[in-house]
Design a protein around this ligand. Structure first.
Ligand code: GLN
Length: 334
C-alpha cells in the first residue's frame, strides 16, 4: 500500500519535472530575461525596409525597436524603445472590426465582410473579384474599409470619434493622430478609394465609400508605442477587460472570434507560416508594429519599422517568435 502511494507521488513529480511550465508558473525574472535576450539578439538585425508607398513612413527611424509584454494581471515587462510611437496602420483593423462585432454581432461580420484568408496581398483588388465581390476578411484593406463604414454613426465625424475612443479604451490612454502620416496617406490613397468604390458596387458598404476610406486612413494614423500595443493585445487576451485600467472594452464572447480572424489573416499571405511557427493569433501593421496574443495569458507587442515583402516587421516577427518559443507559450502546445 505504502509502496503504491510512494510510486504515485514519484510519478507526479516526474510528470511535473518533464512538462514545461504553464504560463501562470513563469517567473517575472524568466520573462524579463527572455525579453532582454530577444532584444539583444535582434537589435542589430538589418533585414527588411520601411514601407515607402506611404511617404511619411519611409522617413521613420528604422532603428526603433521596442518590445513589451503585458500579462492578464496588468504586469508589464518591456525593453528598448517602448515609449517611441509609430502609426498603428493595419493593427487598427482588429479593433474597428471588434467594434463592429460589438455593435452588430459576430454573424454580421462573418456574412457581410467575411472571415476567410485571401491568400493575397493586403491591398489586393483582384482578391475581391475572385471572391464574388467579398473582401474575405476585415484585416485586408478592403474588409477594414468596410468595417469602418459599418460603425454606426450619424456622420463621419461621429464615426471617427467612436473609432478613436474605442482604440484608446483598448490602450488605456488617449491615442493621438500622427498628422504627417495621415496627411501623407490621405493625399495618396487612391488604391484604397478604388477598393471602397468596388465594394460599394457590390453593395457591401455601410456608409459613403470615400468618406469611409478617409476615416479608415485616419484610424491607421493613430500613434502607438509597443507599450500601447501590448496593453491593447492583453485586453483581447484577458477576455475583453483591459488588465491595466480594469475597464471592460468588449464582451468576452467576441474575443475568440477576433483571435480566430487574427490567426487566419493577421499576417496576410504569410499567416500560415506564422501560425506554424508560433501558434499565436497576431496582427501586423506597415508602421512596423506586430501584436500577438497568448489567449488568457499575455499580449505581446513589438515595434520595429523595417518590413519584409508581405508588409510584416522583420524584427518584430523574430523577437515574438523567440519569446513564444523560449517561454513555451505556443497555445497549441498547452
Ligand atoms: N494604411 C495602410 C494602407 O491602407 C495600412 C496597411 C497595412 O498596415 N498593412 O495601405
Amino acid at each position: 500500500m505504502l509502496n503504491k502511494s510512494f510510486k504515485f507521488v514519484i510519478s507526479i513529480v516526474v510528470v511535473f519535472a518533464f512538462s514545461s511550465l504553464s504560463a501562470a508558473e513563469l517567473s517575472k525574472e524568466r520573462i524579463n530575461q527572455v525579453l532582454k535576450e530577444a532584444y539583444s539578439k535582434y537589435k542589430g538585425d538589418v533585414g527588411g525596409k520601411n514601407a515607402d508607398y506611404i511617404k511619411a513612413l519611409d522617413i521613420v527611424d528604422s532603428k526603433i525597436f521596442g518590445i513589451t509584454i503585458v500579462d492578464k494581471d496588468g504586469n508589464i515587462y518591456e525593453t528598448g524603445d517602448t515609449a517611441q510611437v509609430v502609426s498603428i496602420q493595419s493593427i487598427s483593423k482588429v479593433f474597428t472590426a471588434a467594434l463592429v462585432m460589438s455593435e452588430k454581432g459576430s454573424k454580421f461580420v462573418q456574412e457581410k465582410i467575411g472571415v476567410n484568408a485571401t491568400g493575397a496581398a493586403f491591398n489586393s483588388i483582384i482578391a475581391i473579384e475572385q471572391h464574388g465581390g467579398s473582401a474575405s476578411n476585415p484585416f485586408v484593406n478592403a474588409g477594414a474599409i468596410q468595417s469602418t463604414s459599418w460603425v454606426s454613426a450619424k456622420d463621419s465625424t461621429e464615426r471617427w470619434a467612436k473609432i478613436s475612443a474605442n482604440m484608446s479604451a483598448y490602450a488605456g490612454r488617449n491615442l493621438t493622430l500622427n498628422k504627417p502620416v495621415y496627411k501623407s496617406e490621405v493625399n495618396d490613397n487612391k488604391r484604397n478609394q478604388a477598393i471602397s468604390k468596388l465594394l460599394d458596387a457590390y453593395g457591401r458598404m455601410g456608409s459613403d465609400p470615400l468618406e469611409a476610406t478617409t476615416v479608415y486612413t485616419k484610424q491607421c494614423s493613430l500613434n502607438v508605442s509597443s507599450h500601447d500595443l501590448a496593453v491593447m493585445a492583453a485586453t483581447l487576451a484577458n477576455h475583453g477587460v483591459n488588465p491595466v485600467t480594469n475597464a471592460r472594452v468588449i464582451s468576452a464572447k467576441y474575443t475568440p472570434k477576433i483571435m480566430a480572424i487574427m490567426a487566419t489573416s493577421g499576417l496576410y499571405d504569410n499567416a500560415g507560416d506564422w501560425l506554424y511557427d508560433t501558434g499565436a493569433p497576431a496582427k501586423s501593421g506597415v508602421g512596423g508594429g506586430i501584436i500577438a496574443i497568448i489567449p488568457g495569458e499575455f499580449g505581446i507587442a513589438v515595434v520595429s519599422p523595417p518590413l519584409d515583402s508581405y508588409g510584416n516587421s522583420v524584427r518584430a516577427q523574430l523577437a515574438i517568435k523567440y519569446i513564444i518559443n523560449e517561454l513555451d507559450l505556443n497555445p497549441y502546445a498547452q
